[in-house]
Design a binder for this molecule. Structure first.
Ligand SMILES: Nc1ncnc2c1ncn2[C@@H]1O[C@H](COP(=O)(O)OP(=O)(O)OP(=O)(O)O)[C@@H](O)[C@H]1O
Ligand SMILES: [Mg+2]
Length: 274
C-alpha cells in the first residue's frame, strides 16, 4: 500500500539528492550465543553519489553484507544514521526500498517461475505501470541477453542464468541505487566479465552503484572510490590513486595487506581483541 502510494506520488525513482547514500557513524551489533554482544560494524561513515561505483572491499567477516543489509532495510542499525536518496532507513524504510535494487550471489529465483514471469512479478510488486513494465522488460531481457531463457523455469537455470534474472529483477523498478554484494561469486570468467560491464553501464546511466567484494582486481577495474573494510572498521577510503598515494604504495594488494596488519598490530598493542 505504502509502496503503491509512493509510485503514484513520485512516478519513478529519479535522484532527489546529490548524495545518494549517506552512512554516518553506523554501528551494528549482533547477539550471538558464542560471542555475546558482537560488534560487526563499528561506527563507520561513508557516502556515495549518483554516477559513481563505490566499492566495499574486505575479507570474509569484515562486515560488508551487514552494511548492505542495513542500507536495504533488511537489518536495523544499532546506532548511527543511514539515508538513501534522502530517505532514512529507520523512519522511512518503505521509501528506501524503492530507491534500491539488491543483487547478491544467492538472491532467490523461484523454481516454478520462468525468467519472464519472475521479473514481471517483481515489477508488479513495485507497482510499475503495465506499458512501462513491458518496455523495461523487453529492454532488460535484450540487454542482459536473456531472450533465450525467457520461458525457462528457475529450477532449470544455471548459476549464471539465475544471476541475470536477479539483476533484471533488481533493475525493473529503475532504482537510483543498485547494490551488488559479492555478485560475481560462483560465476565463470565470461559471465563475471559481462556482469562487470553491465555495472559499468549502470554508472553511465547515472546510477549509484555499491559493489562489495573481496576480489581486489574487480575493485581496481571498476570502482571510482573504495572503502577498505576490516573487522567492522573502514581502514582507508578514497580513489585507487588517493589510497596508493596517501599510503605511499604502488601496489594495491600490498597496501591492502599492510593496512590489515597495521590494524591488527595496533589492536594487539592496545590489548583489544579484534
Ligand atoms: N545474523 C548474525 N548473527 C550473528 N553474527 C552475525 C550475523 N550475521 C553476520 N554476523 C557476523 O558479523 C560479522 C560480519 O559478517 P558479514 O556477513 O557482514 O561480513 P562480510 O564482510 O559480508 O563477509 P563475507 O565476505 O564472508 O561475506 C561476522 O563476524 C559474522 O559472523
Ligand atoms: Mg558478505
Amino acid at each position: 500500500m505504502v509502496l503503491n502510494l509512493f509510485t503514484r506520488q513520485f512516478g519513478h525513482c529519479s535522484p532527489i539528492s546529490s548524495v545518494m547514500i549517506e552512512v554516518r557513524e553506523l554501528t551494528k551489533t549482533y547477539s550471538d550465543l558464542r560471542r555475546g554482544q558482537f560488534v560487526a560494524v563499528d561506527g563507520i561513515s561513508f557516502h556515495a553519489q549518483p554516477g559513481e561505483i563505490f566499492g566495499l572491499l574486505g575479507p570474509n567477516g569484515a562486515g560488508k553484507t551487514t552494511v548492505l543489509r542495513v542500507l536495504s532495510t533488511i537489518l536495523c542499525p544499532t546506532a548511527g544514521r543511514v539515508r538513501v536518496n534522502g530517505f532514512d532507513v529507520l523512519t522511512q524504510p518503505d521509501l528506501v526500498r524503492y530507491q534500491i535494487g539488491f543483487v547478491s550471489a544467492n538472491t532467490a529465483v523461484y523454481d516454478r517461475m520462468t525468467a519472464w514471469e519472475l521479473v514481471e512479478y517483481f515489477g508488479r510488486l513495485y507497482g510499475v505501470e503495465t506499458n512501462t513494465l513491458r518496455e523495461r522488460m523487453e529492454n532488460l531481457f535484450c540487454k542482459l541477453q536473456m531472450d533465450e531463457i525467457r520461458d525457462l523455469l528457475g529450477a532449470k537455470m544455471s548459476t549464471g542464468m539465475k544471476q541475470k534474472v536477479s539483476i533484471a529483477r533488481a533493475l525493473i523498478h529503475d532504482p537510483p541505487v543498485v547494490i551488488f554484494d559479492e555478485a560475481t561469486s560462483g560465476l565463470d570468467v565470461l559471465v563475471a566479465r559481462a556482469l562487470l560491464d553491465t555495472i559499468g553501464e549502470l554508472r553511465e546511466q547515472g546510477k549509484c552503484v555499491i559493489f562489495s567484494t573481496h576480489i581486489m582486481r574487480e575493485v581496481e577495474r571498476l570502482c571510482d572510490r573504495i572503502a577498505i573494510m576490516y573487522r567492522g572498521h573502514i581502514l582507508s577510503e578514497g580513489t585507487l590513486h588517493e589510497l596508493l598515494e596517501s599510503h605511499q604504495q604502488s601496489d594495491f594488494e600490498e597496501l591492502f595487506f599492510r593496512l590489515i596488519s597495521e590494524h591488527d598490530q595496533q589492536h594487539a598493542a592496545a590489548g583489544i581483541s579484534t
